[in-house]
Design a binder for this molecule. Structure first.
Ligand code: GLA
Length: 719
């Protein structure tokens, strides 16, 4: 039983394969966090104590102050001065609440998160529901803990029900609170911007508040919602590491506060700046789902926990069952100059090279000849498709490849028929000039009429057109956020309702085109999050296709997200076979594709690409489904090394990538510790043989110092 409750001690124990999460009920009202970490270790139960001036209820004694004890969920204004998870403005106008434990139940399966993406759970997964009540507002708070035993993950979310007589406004909403003993941790976050998303940062925690957030209406390239807390000495293979993430793609807030008692509060959720929600009597609100994992074996294990979880519980299952297609994408080859004759030749060359699919990127619809016009007009441009989209797609397919198409449903150019017909369908604030970004405005996805319109316009355009793949883009951030469709007192709800509209449309796509796959994108990785991964089989990792940049972008993405989600394209090698080889080997960090003008490629380059695709297909499954072991990170070193291996440790795909300014020398031994000591292996790419012991002791490899250099080895166990 992964969820146990001791009636005598009033202690809940949630266990996964390697971890335990423990909390208790104190004084019949408080939920006190006790422990989260390695299973079966003795922990010291929390002993109440007092801190001067901390508020308390007289009948419980001054040692039970809400400001001191570790809470399971935290509330604003009633004695806990640390950052709160919930702030609720009720009829008294104060924001103060005092939720207390009321009851709990366990059940198989999970509670869905209404209108939002959430992790898949069958009857083997158990959930704990804990009910808390605030007597003054009459609100009921349900805390959910879903235990993913095999993946070592516990997920949390909450539902707030207004059972009172008056409306309440949720002013801050976090999906969880985790109050940990001690503060000797480092905080790892992934920060950045467009083309430089997910830079790795590790810094010691300090007293006070530390937070990362997005205010842009997307999970953002500036700060990814994922973060980790680790012991000061934690490494790839050793030490305590907690990984936290949110299944959500909009603005968010992650908070870490070290308090006066040297304890650490962790929270993740919707936050307060870009959020508000009014609940009428009888209504309920569901928060996004937070994901927690713990590893006692360093970052490597945390990463593999998150990878397994994302593959098993988040990604659409049809995305994992078969190889992801190797695509040729037209963007860097054509930009907006879509020419059907040319693309049919692209398709022909793609088929010859062994690519599986041609993806027609931006520029095919409306008056889209540059980024200044046409967004929102989702009909093919008749000047570009003289015989219509359907005939064009059929011709592409006749050449022997499948077909993908680019869309950016959430956006509109002011110079478009859609905007001219419905200026009120954009996010805007009355009296304030909307600001453009990339010449575009954001559609009001919080308005169901807009979502409905989009469904109908795509349905009409794609009727009878056989589309195998959608690249769903989102190329600007939100500001001047207001919805003409909502009253003034509901405007705070727009960012959250916007995301619900986006998810509703994504869901519709998955149902309307069940055989098609969706790759999501936001100028590259601006929405690289678990919410998008629930619908899209992979994400365009970054608009930056420079292989040196890609090395660290991919490594930091892999910290939290599996390789199956990472779309990695080889861009123009400029007739240089060495450059092509390097770009290809870097792209093997994730799912391979190409983004170049195939008609301009020389015969040797085309022949080499054909060889690469064939080779890639021989180990694609290892990348898509394999366990990832990082050996040397590009952040602190002048080269990087890692490997993927299958469940049974029969195959290893090893990669070493040099940075530009590497000093020529030999590496230290790069240990493939998962190899079996009593087996022999052959590198299928070179034919060289190794004993398992040799692989475990480590490969010592040459660093050339020349740049554009990588080493790839594919070891297979010999019978
Ligand atoms: C974004 C994407 C690119 C491409 C362009 C098209 O920048 O990240 O891959 O699709 O939009 O406008």
């Amino acid at each position: 039983m992964p969820i146990k409750f001791s009636k005598a001690e009033k202690v809940f124990t949630l266990t996964t394969k390697n971890t335990a999460y423990i909390f208790s009920i104190a004084c019949d009202r408080y939920l006190v966090h006790q422990f989260y970490g390695k299973k079966n270790v003795r922990y010291t139960p929390y002993k109440p104590y007092t801190v001067s001036f901390s508020p308390y209820r007289k009948e419980l004694g001054n040692t039970w102050s809400p400001d001191v004890f570790p809470q399971e969920y935290s509330f604003f204004g009633y004695g806990d001065y640390r950052t709160a998870a919930l702030k609720l403005r009720g009829a008294d106008g104060t924001g103060v609440t005092d939720f207390v434990y009321s009851s709990h139940r366990r059940f198989n399966g999970r509670m869905p998160v209404e209108g939002l993406p959430f992790a898949e759970a069958d009857e083997h997964v158990q959930t704990l529901e804990v009910k808390m009540i605030d007597s003054v507002t009459g609100c009921e708070l349900l805390l959910y803990y879903t235990v993913f035993y095999e993946e070592d993950v516990i997920s949390r979310h909450m539902i707030l029900k207004n059972k009172g007589q008056s409306p309440v406004k949720i002013e801050k909403c976090m999906s969880m609170t985790l109050d940990m003993q001690g503060c000797d941790y480092d905080l790892v976050t992934l920060y950045g911007g467009h083309c430089v998303a997910r830079r790795y940062q590790r810094a010691p925690l300090h007293h006070g508040m530390q937070s990362i957030c997005s205010r842009i209406g997307a999970s953002s390239p500036q700060y990814n919602p994922f973060f980790a807390l680790c012991g000061k000495k934690a490494t790839e293979e050793r030490g305590d590491v907690y990984g936290i993430n949110l299944v959500y793609s909009g603005s968010f807030l992650d908070e870490i506060e070290v308090d006066q008692t040297d304890c650490t509060r962790i929270q993740t959720g919707l936050g307060e700046e870009n959020f508000g929600y009014t609940l009428l009597p009888g209504e309920q609100f569901c928060s996004p789902e937070a994901i927690l994992t713990y590893s006692s074996k360093g970052f490597g294990q945390m990463t593999r926990n998150l990878h397994n979880f994302t593959r098993n519980r988040i990604l659409p299952q049809n995305s994992l069952k078969k190889p992801h297609p190797v695509v040729l994408n037209t963007w860097e080859a054509c930009y907006f100059n879509i020419d059907e004759e040319k693309l049919i030749r692209f398709a022909e060359e793609s088929a010859k090279t062994g690519f599986d699919m041609l993806v027609m990127d931006d520029g095919w619809f409306g008056k889209r000849n540059n980024d200044r016009a046409g967004l929102g007009d989702w009909q093919e441009n008749p000047d570009k498709f003289k015989r219509g989209l359907k005939t064009f797609v059929d011709s592409v397919k006749e050449k022997g490849v499948s077909f993908g198409i680019w869309i950016e449903p959430e956006m509109v150019n002011p110079d478009s028929d859609l905007y001219r017909a419905h200026p009120e369908w954009c996010l805007r604030v009355p009296g304030r000039e909307p600001l453009l970004a990339r010449e575009q405005l954001v559609l009001d996805m919080s308005n169901p009429d807009v979502v409905e319109f989009l469904k109908n316009s795509f349905k009409k355009t794609f009727e009878n057109v056989s589309i195998d793949y959608f690249k769903w883009d989102m190329n600007r951030h939100m500001c001047n956020v207001g919805s003409p469709a909502l009253p003034p007192d509901r405007q705070d709800e727009v960012p959250f309702r916007y995301m619900k509209g986006v998810y509703a449309l994504l869901k519709w796509f998955t149902e309307e085109y069940p055989d098609a796959i969706i790759e999501t994108c936001s100028g590259g990785g601006g929405r690289y999050d678990l919410g998008m991964m629930r619908y899209g089989f992979q994400i365009w990792t970054s608009d930056n296709t420079n292989p040196y940049s890609r090395t660290w972008i991919q490594r930091s993405s892999l910290l939290a997200y599996p390789a199956a989600t990472m779309s990695c394209h080889v861009s123009n090698p400029r007739d240089d076979l060495k450059a092509l080889d390097f770009r290809y080997k870097v792209a093997l960090g994730g799912m391979l594709g190409y983004e170049l003008n195939i008609l301009n490629m020389s015969e040797p380059i085309k022949a080499e690409m054909a060889r690469e695709v064939k080779e890639y297909k021989s180990f694609e499954e290892l990348i898509r489904l394999g366990d990832y072991y990082n050996l040397v990170s590009p952040f602190e070193n002048d080269f990087s090394a890692y490997y993927y291996t299958d469940r049974n440790r029969k195959e290893f795909l090893f990669s070493l990538i040099e940075k530009k300014d590497t000093a020529p020398r030999s590496t230290k031994p790069l240990k493939i510790k998962e190899a079996k000591a009593d087996k022999n292996y052959v590198d299928l790419l070179s034919g060289s043989r190794y004993t398992g012991k040799e692989l475990r002791d480590g490969l010592i490899l040459p660093l050339t110092g020349e740049g554009n250099t990588a080493i790839l080895m594919h070891f297979s166990e010999e019978p």
